[in-house]
Design a binder for this molecule. Structure first.
Ligand SMILES: [Zn+2]
Length: 1175
């Protein structure tokens, strides 16, 4: 065992001390001396340097790492001897795509100072830089400049942190230059600092250090042209044009305003039907605040956290009754003439639209007016990468020009970006980011990131969808696969019962267990059994895959699963949360193999009353893997008299009783008709491609599984809450505010004279039952779909963060609820398994590793936030995938059949002044039908003629809107009597759904492939024609039965909208290098008056290697006088700061401890220890 301890002779020179004062909660003041032990053996890692090679610190296993930076780095005109790059934090933040590019940016020195700052600013970007550092081919070297004596910089009194960091970068660059000159003489490469900060560049010049802006640097590269497209806009440009947007309030004015209640903070959401209308929900107002027009939204992008000022009451108005599309409104706008200050903030068309809006405001009744507001500040941008298309109106050629990227997401404004490769980008799916939105530019400025490939190619569209919903889809790296059992698919439950795997497990292999799932399900989370007991009661078991047995806390696989949060189901692709070896094999409760499980076993009376519930880890042997349909058949088959079938019949009977009880308690039945894609891959050659799209049938056996999963989830929730009162991971569904239902209530009242009672979930459930139209059986479902959209979203939470009455799950009418039944595909369930295992004092395999996070409220809250975000995105991605599939199937069908699409039933969901939203039941999708797409022709015309007439403007349509009656009459100009067609809310209509032919004017600015899907209407009492542009399909099939309510569409829609992308927390990779303090001075140099605090030392241990295995730090300090150990959390970010923190009774004891520690830790991994003394 090699000790890390090194001697540096004169120790004082190696100690950097920082003294700071902090005030304690008690009101006392504490003086802290932080000492850092500096070293001279941190390598420059250049292959040109022999000095460092012989002197460099060895890593934990005694190996000196190979130098990273090339002997012959890239040469350019300006740097004939080659160069190493030193980027600053801002360059990492804005230029990450360039740094990752394979054509440039090799031999890069990442300074510790810069990396630390990056970690605070953006965790995802930090992770991307770390993977560059780890990958060998790009030659990124992480230089611990703060620990090396010559490059350490102490902040001066009057210096800002920023200035200090800039100085630190210059100092490191300067040291590198001198150091390499000594090593390589004339051949020494140039050290080039890249910074967009002009002031920093100026200072560098004075100090004789090469410094360039990112744009300057890239311009000097050989293949500059296509790389320049990727340089962020606005970084090195001064605002120069006319200031068309108002300035934001100063930070202090915002803070004062928020405190005084004059200003309000919330998330800005753009309406999907009107890009000029946004809303911000704030606690002070019942109704969301309306933000109308560009000037009021003042450069905020949907998802941003903004600060708003409410306008005076005379400016309040009703939400828009008009569909307004950005691409239709500003169709021929060129990106070239835009920007740099030319033109007004709103275009002529927008002005007109807004004026009409204002008019309608005046005759809006006072009761329906909504408060309006304007944005005066942006607290947090939610900018991310956006997928879209380059506006085809841009000219060709390879000169540099400015074009618009039209994002797929209609709520995001067009992004202005410069490119030299327009020709290559048109017709492609393109990824871009927003860099800035200055006051002199109508649209945000951004830059090109990459092209995903041709529009409507499966690869490009799938990747686009995953990127848009932030789904992590890259294959699992080796570090994660290494966490899997080495036996691979050959792993089996050990036959020898003395095997440690059997400790704490019950042998339930004799039970007649079976699973019931959707057809083709491979990742089987749950299985069930039931049998009658001698006393006449029933024993029912729900057996859930024992995933935590294979996924140990805090290892690489666990970290990845935390981050992914959930498995994402697309039509023809599943993006797993866990490697498939576990998901579809070792954990999957397949029939005819033994599997580890976590079982919940109840004794129920024949009336389905719970007598008792038990939990145990188990080994089960499933007898059958049924599909819902097969299970239904078996139950219905009178000739089947075996014990397994008898058990299933018990289950079915009990489930009906359970369901009746839930309904009586007020559970809502909000299930919407779900669409299922039967066999996406195999739509046969001759048949109808649309044949795969099926409405999901609901069988009794669906409900059977659902009831017992709900029961298991509720039972487990109660148990873990009793053991973890502060940190149980639960799921709640908040009661929606009554005002959410105001519109729907009014609509039902006026259109059907029906009452919606929203006083409780029970009242709502009962009144929904009464919403029946005998003529239209689908009416009731339609109302349920609309009611669901009025609700808030269900969410995971940590029990300590809400008062107990708020635990309630409104939709399920349950006082407490959690997710336990799907650990293969939901991370929440995996954590709940760990909590339950702890709660029942499970002492078998894996229990020795305790996940400390289970008892850390801050950590758990962060995990919940990520899970909620991932869960929502997974649902959206799944729906978008079905949407895309339906569009493609329609297109294929039309190509094959040569017809004009299919005629389907449609239902009017919403009526606007200039169109309507129609729900198409067959496909579970809804779309907008615009005025111009109403078919008014008395005789039957072909779609093509109709279209041509419309496009050539031969038919001018007008409409009459009756807001009070939710009705719209459309007619040819001047011919209301002869051509008028009237539609109203909830009406059933026939629609023709077709795929739009290519090449039309609409092709321009097309955002989604599916928008080319056309909706034609030809039926009584109205004939009309429409075009789908904005498809929001309603629901998708897979997902859980146990949660059908939560999977219904709109619950996800209405929730928070916290698009926090600096998430999720990952364990800091082992960035520390071999290092230990040389000496801790025996006598404190500064003394406080406070005796209690005197002589205490704190030890910060970064990347404590055993922590990953759940070891308690304390056991390394046996015999030492420890006051406490903890993992500190940054209160601002709520994230663990990456240090362990040990407090010792005395300074000398800390020294002894460190000596002991360095001896122990060296075997495992590199550790950096920093000691702080309170003196
Ligand atoms: Zn060196």
């Amino acid at each position: 065992m090699k000790s890390l301890k090194r001697s540096f002779g004169d120790s004082t020179a190696n100690i950097s001390s920082k003294v700071f004062i902090r005030s304690l909660k008690s009101g006392r003041v504490q003086k802290v001396v932080r000492e850092q032990y500096l070293r001279k053996d941190i390598s420059c890692s250049s292959q040109l340097c022999s000095a460092c090679a012989s002197n460099a610190a060895a890593d934990a296993s005694g190996n000196v790492p190979k130098p990273v930076l090339s002997r012959q780095p890239a040469r350019t005109k300006s740097f004939p001897t080659g160069h190493y790059i030193v980027p600053d934090t801002n360059v990492l933040l804005t230029g990450i795509d360039l740094l990752e590019h394979s054509d440039a940016f090799y031999d890069v020195i990442i300074l510790q100072t810069v990396l630390d700052e990056l970690r605070n600013r953006s965790l995802p970007l930090y992770n991307r830089i770390m993977s560059l550092v780890k990958s060998e081919d790009k030659r990124f070297y992480l230089f611990f400049n703060e620990f090396r004596a010559e490059t350490n910089v102490v902040r001066e009194e009057s210096e800002t942190v920023n200035d200090r960091n800039d100085r630190s970068i210059r100092k490191s660059a300067g040291w590198y230059a001198t150091h390499l000159k000594a090593a390589a003489k004339k051949n020494a490469p140039a050290i080039v600092v890249i910074t967009n900060d002009a002031d920093n560049r100026r200072k560098a010049e004075v100090e004789g250090i090469e410094a360039l802006s990112l744009r300057e640097y890239v311009s000097g590269l050989e293949n500059a042209d296509h790389l320049l497209d990727m340089v962020a806009e606005g970084q090195d440009r001064a605002v120069q044009g006319e200031l068309i947007y108002p300035d934001y309030f100063t930070q202090s004015r915002v803070q004062t305003g928020l405190k005084a209640g004059v200003l309000h903070q919330g998330v800005f959401h753009v309406s999907p039907h009107n890009y000029l209308e946004g809303t911000v929900k704030v606690p002070a107002f019942d109704k969301p605040l309306l933000i109308l027009g560009r000037e009021s939204s003042n450069r905020s992008v949907s998802g941003d956290v903004v600060v708003v000022e409410v306008l005076s009451k005379d400016q309040w108005k009703q939400p828009s009754s008009k569909i307004i599309d950005e691409e239709a409104m500003n169709q021929n706008e060129g990106a070239e003439d835009e920007g740099e200050g030319s033109g007004p903030i709103i275009t002529e068309g927008e002005r007109k639209a807004l004026q009409e809006e204002v008019k309608s405001a005046h005759h809006a009744g006072a009761d329906r007016a909504q408060p309006t507001a304007k944005v005066v500040g942006v607290m947090k941008r939610s900018w991310r990468q956006y997928v879209g298309t380059v506006d085809a109106s841009a000219g060709g050629g390879n000169r540099q020009q400015t074009v618009f990227l039209v994002p797929m997401d209609k709520k995001i404004p067009k992004i202005r970006m410069r490119t030299r490769q327009v020709d290559q980008l048109i017709g492609k799916r393109v990824v871009a980011t927003i860099d800035a939105w200055d006051r002199d530019s109508r649209y945000p400025a951004g830059h090109f990131v990459r092209s995903l490939g041709g529009l409507e190619t499966k690869e490009a569209e799938t990747e686009a969808l995953l990127l848009e919903f932030d789904v992590q889809y890259r294959p699992f790296p080796k570090a994660i696969l290494d966490c899997l059992p080495s036996e691979g698919h050959n792993w089996t439950v050990p036959q020898d019962k003395s095997d440690p795997g059997w400790v704490g497990r019950k042998d339930l292999r004799e039970l007649l267990v079976c699973s019931i799932d959707p057809p083709g399900c491979q990742d089987i989370d749950d299985a069930l059994h039931a049998r009658q007991l001698p006393n006449g009661n029933f024993e029912v078991g729900v057996h859930i895959a024992d995933v935590p047995h294979f996924v140990r806390p805090n290892n690489a696989m666990d970290a990845e699963a935390t981050s992914r949060g959930t498995t994402v189901y697309l039509v023809d692709k599943r993006i797993d949360m866990l490697p498939s070896l576990l998901g579809t094999d070792l954990c999957s409760l397949k029939p005819n193999v033994e599997r580890y499980a976590f079982s919940t076993i109840w004794e129920l009376t024949p009336d389905a009353e719970i007598v008792k519930a038990d939990f145990t880890k188990s080994v089960i042997y499933s007898r059958e893997g049924f599909s819902y349909e097969a299970a239904q058949k078996r139950v219905d088959d009178k000739s089947a008299q075996d014990d397994l079938t008898a058990g299933m019949r018990h289950l079915l009977r009990l489930s009906k009783l359970l369901r009746a009880k839930r309904m009586a308690a007020g559970a809502l039945n909000l299930s919407s008709p779900e669409v299922r894609i039967e066999s996406a891959e195999t739509s046969n050659e001759t048949g109808d491609p649309l044949a795969d799209v099926k409405t999901k049938a609901s069988l009794e056996t669906n409900s059977l599984v659902e009831e017992f999963m709900l029961l298991a989830n509720t039972t487990v929730a109660t148990k873990i809450q009793s053991v973890f009162p502060q940190t149980a991971l639960l799921r709640r569904h908040a009661e929606p505010p009554v005002s959410n239902f105001a519109d729907l209530s009014d609509q039902l009242k006026r259109m059907r004279d029906m009452e919606l009672d929203v006083s409780s979930s029970k009242a709502l459930a009962d009144s929904l039952d009464k919403c029946i139209d005998p003529e239209h059986p689908f009416f009731n479902t339609l109302i349920r779909i609309l009611a669901t959209r009025c609700m808030t979203s269900a969410e995971y939470f940590c029990s300590g963060s809400h008062a107990e009455p708020e635990f309630r799950h409104y939709g399920l009418a349950s006082e407490i609820y959690t997710h336990f039944t799907s650990p293969i595909r939901r991370y929440a369930d995996l954590l709940v398994h760990r909590q339950l295992a702890y709660a029942i004092s499970y002492e078998g395999q894996g229990s020795e590793v305790v996940d400390e996070g289970l008892r850390n409220k801050n950590k758990l809250e962060n995990v919940c936030r990520n899970l909620n975000f991932r869960h929502r995105n997974a649902q959206h991605a799944g729906r978008a995938s079905i949407e895309y599939y339906v569009g493609q199937a329609l297109k294929q069908r039309q190509a094959k059949m040569g017809d004009e699409g299919v005629v389907e039933d449609g239902y009017v969901m919403r009526v606007f002044e200039n169109g309507a939203v129609i729900f198409v039941r067959k496909f579970g999708i809804e779309g907008v039908v615009r005025l111009e797409d109403f078919d008014l022709s008395p005789r039957k015309k072909s779609k093509k003629d109709q279209r041509t007439e419309n496009e050539e403007g031969l038919i001018t349509k007008e409409s009459e809107f009756e807001p009070e009656n939710y009705a719209l009459t459309v007619f040819e100009k001047g011919k209301k009597d002869t051509t008028g067609r009237r539609i109203e809310l909830f009406q059933e209509v026939k629609v023709r759904v077709s795929s739009e032919e290519k090449g039309g004017a609409r092709e321009k600015g097309k955002r989604k492939v599916l928008q080319s899907l056309a909706l034609l209407m030809t039926a009584e009492p109205t004939t009309m024609q429409g075009v789908f542009r904005d498809m929001t399909p309603l629901s998708i099939s897979k997902l859980d039965v146990a949660d059908s309510l939560e999977d219904s569409p709109a619950i996800a829609e209405t929730g928070g909208g916290d698009n926090n992308t600096i998430w999720p927390p990952r364990k800091a990779p082992a960035t520390a290098i071999a290092m230990s303090p040389t000496r801790i001075p025996a006598s404190p140099s500064v003394l406080t008056q406070d005796k209690a605090l005197r002589n205490k030392s704190h030890l910060y241990i970064r990347n404590f290697p055993y922590a990953a295995q759940g070891e308690d730090l304390r056991k390394f300090f046996v015999g030492h006088d420890i006051v406490s150990t903890s993992v500190p959390v940054n209160p601002r970010t709520n994230r663990a700061v990456g240090y362990h923190f040990v407090t010792f009774r005395g300074g000398a004891d800390a020294q002894r401890a460190v000596d002991a520690l360095s001896g122990k830790l060296v075997v495992e991994q590199e550790v950096f220890v920093q000691i702080t003394r309170d003196s």
